[in-house]
Design a protein around this ligand. Structure first.
Ligand code: S3P
Length: 170
């Protein structure tokens, strides 16, 4: 079994921020699946969606998962919100869900300092109504796939990091 921590959850729940803080605090490497895909394609996610469509983006996520399965261990992996669809997620490490309600996530994104760019770079958040529907469709699937669940509402970053560490420390 791999010793990666694989962080899943809905867009905007704070996976990237959490992952970077975790890596710094516990001295591990963090890799982010969206960043890997952008660097492999030399293109922003938004443009990949626009030019090639969502199906192509999902195939890049699968390539990314295959590479992680073959080549990555002892790392913290933050995943795009739809990465759970890859067919080998559970082989990549301990799957941790960052969980929060849709309203909390929407509020976090829309009140962030750089809220415009946070919303703009996420094509599937372009229409809040559609995003909410997507959240409702995915919420149960995330929970089913997760080995551990960390609710982030009303928690500061240190509490979140400690929760993850305690739940995954072997
Ligand atoms: C997606 C989430 C995004 C990114 C892409 C698709 C999704 O990542 O991978 O826009 O399907 O939920 P974040 O969860 O980091 O926003």
């Amino acid at each position: 079994m791999k010793k990666n921590i694989v962080l899943i959850g809905f867009m905007g729940v704070g996976k990237g921020t959490t992952a970077r803080a975790y890596a710094k605090k516990y001295g591990v490497f963090n890799i982010d699946t969206d960043d890997l895909i952008e660097s492999k394609e030399n293109q922003r996610i938004k443009m990949i969606f626009k030019e090639h469509g969502e199906g192509y983006f999902r195939s890049l996520e699968q390539d990314c998962a295959d590479w992680i399965e073959k080549s990555v261990d002892n790392s913290f992996i933050s995943c795009g919100g739809g990465f759970y669809k890859v067919n080998n997620l559970k082989k990549l490490g301990t799957v941790v869900l960052l969980d929060a309600s849709y309203d909390w996530i929407y509020n976090r994104l829309s009140t962030a300092e750089n809220s415009k760019s946070k919303l703009k770079k996420r094509p599937l958040f372009a229409e809040p109504k559609k995003a909410k529907k997507l959240y409702e469709e995915r919420a149960k699937i995330y929970k089913k796939l997760a080995d551990k669940v960390v609710n982030v509402e009303d928690k500061n970053i240190d509490e979140i990091l400690e929760n993850i560490h305690t739940l995954t420390y072997i």
